[in-house]
Ligand binder design. Structure first.
Ligand SMILES: *Cc1c(COP(=O)(O)O)cnc(C)c1O
Length: 445
């Protein structure tokens, strides 16, 4: 065996074993150890690895453990992490089939399985990207292509200058990354028509303006605070009759579709034209990993295509024609491994377990006198501990305590703690220990 890789595996295993006993909060530690001048000469790899472990491991956030509830952050399923290591050793470039038949096939199968899992049309095509932000970019580029092609305008060739105007309709609670994606594809962050949302952040179907064949309607599965999803059935029906393109940002909320117990939250979502979701959130594969899925694969490939004489296209599927990137790691390996290890029922169980934990948090904290500000319909809990100052104080105390970590947000005009249960690693004991810690913080001020 290669002693360096054995050492790396042993250090990684020790790191994971130690997560339960260490504070979850960020601790900067001795990060100055990484500075200093660029060395003139070589350092043995074993020594470099030891330095990273000694000074780096303690300065990580323990988000791979079971008591990290910040943002919407998954851990790494054992099968996904192991596959990620193997695939790193493979060091494949998944741009073209000729560069890696296995990467091409794993990506194709992952895309197909995800489409089946979410109940999307059989025609769905897509590709693996860094996360939902880039998935939104790719999907919006496909939408832009399709709507302008109908107007006989080749946007990839001519750009948007002088093109027929496109309308973009978003909900008042659209995620910041969707706006960034709109900016990147030239549709404009603020050049949008905004539809009002209800108290859970869901777009109000009655407030939807008339839509036409020059409109992209951007919907959301899973509000980043409340976890609530837009009412897809009426919204998509309206878009269909107007000829609009419907895009769904479903970074984590789309995973409700994979659970019979929660699929109702996103009923009708399969009627959209494109979907963006993360694999590093609820599927619990290592960072970074997301997927773009498009009903009309030809629109995606037209928007993402590109060629050069040296790019040999001989395979059944060329990854780079489905995503913005050319060279990429083989993201399909860890995503495929996660899905292969869980199966359909395992994914459903993962989603349902996280949602059950979220309901338990809400139940315990409410019983302890906290105020739950959202309907806990998925894996998100938004909590206030009194007025804004007190809530901020309690969250700070929780973070300093280090048993668990959750961040703050502003929800319906109030400062709140935001608990997101997204990790496969979270157990019932983790929830009880974390709720204990939050209650201690409430009692202390
Ligand atoms: C997390 C999230 C995103 C952004 O995803 P990244 O993986 O960080 O690019 C977009 N939309 C929603 C609703 C999210 O929760």
């Amino acid at each position: 065996m290669n002693p360096l890789l054995e050492d790396a595996a042993a250090r990684a295993a020790r790191y994971l074993d130690g997560l339960d006993a260490r504070p979850v909060a960020p601790v900067p530690g001795n990060l100055a150890a990484f500075d200093g001048p660029l060395p003139e000469g070589e350092t043995p790899a074993a020594e470099v690895l030891a330095l990273l472990d000694r000074h780096g491991s303690p300065a990580t956030v323990a988000s791979a453990g079971g008591r990290y509830f910040g943002f919407v952050t998954g851990g790494s399923l054992p099968a996904a992490l192991a596959a990620n290591w193997l695939a790193s050793a493979w060091d494949q470039n998944s741009a073209l089939w000729v560069m890696s038949p296995v990467a091409s096939r794993l990506e194709a199968t992952t895309v197909r399985w995800l489409g089946e899992l979410f109940g999307l049309p059989a025609s769905v095509d897509g590709g693996l990207v860094t996360g939902t932000t880039m998935a939104n970019v790719a999907a919006l580029a496909a939408a832009r292509h399709a709507l302008l092609a109908r107007a006989a305008w080749d946007v990839e060739s001519r750009g948007l200058f002088g093109a027929p105007a496109l309308r973009v309709v978003v909900g008042a609670e659209a995620h910041a990354s969707l706006k960034k994606a709109l900016a990147l594809v030239g549709l404009g962050r603020d050049r949008v028509e905004v539809v009002v949302a209800d108290g859970q952040g869901r777009m109000l179907a009655e407030a939807l303006p008339p839509l036409d064949e020059r409109t992209i309607l951007c919907l959301q599965a899973g509000n980043v605070n409340s976890g609530a999803s837009d009412p897809f059935e009426p919204l998509i029906a309206a878009a269909r009759s107007g000829g609009a393109w419907v895009h769904v940002d479903g970074a984590f909320g789309l995973w409700a579709a994979a659970s019979p117990a929660h699929a109702d939250q996103v009923r009708g979502v399969g009627g959209a034209d494109s979907w963006a979701t993360d694999l590093h959130k609820w599927l619990n594969v290592p960072y970074d990993s997301g997927v773009v899925l498009v009903r009309d694969g030809a629109a995606l490939r037209a928007a993402m295509g590109g060629s050069a004489a040296y790019l040999i296209e001989v395979g059944p599927r060329e990854g780079m024609h489905h995503v913005p990137d050319s060279s990429r790691r083989a993201r399909g390996a860890d995503a495929w491994a996660a899905l292969r290890s869980l199966g359909r029922s395992g994914v459903a169980a993962l989603v349902e377990r996280c949602c059950r934990h979220a309901r338990r948090f809400a139940e315990r904290l409410e019983a302890a006198g906290a105020e739950i500000l959202n309907q806990v319909v998925l894996n998100q809990v938004v909590v206030a501990f009194g007025d804004d100052e007190r809530t901020a104080r309690v969250v700070e105390t929780v973070q300093r305590d280090g048993t668990c970590w959750a961040g703050t947000t502003r929800w319906q005009g109030r400062v709140a703690m935001r608990i997101s249960v997204s990790s496969w690693a979270t157990t019932e004991r983790d929830v009880e220990l974390s709720a204990d810690a939050i209650e201690r913080a409430m009692a202390s001020g």
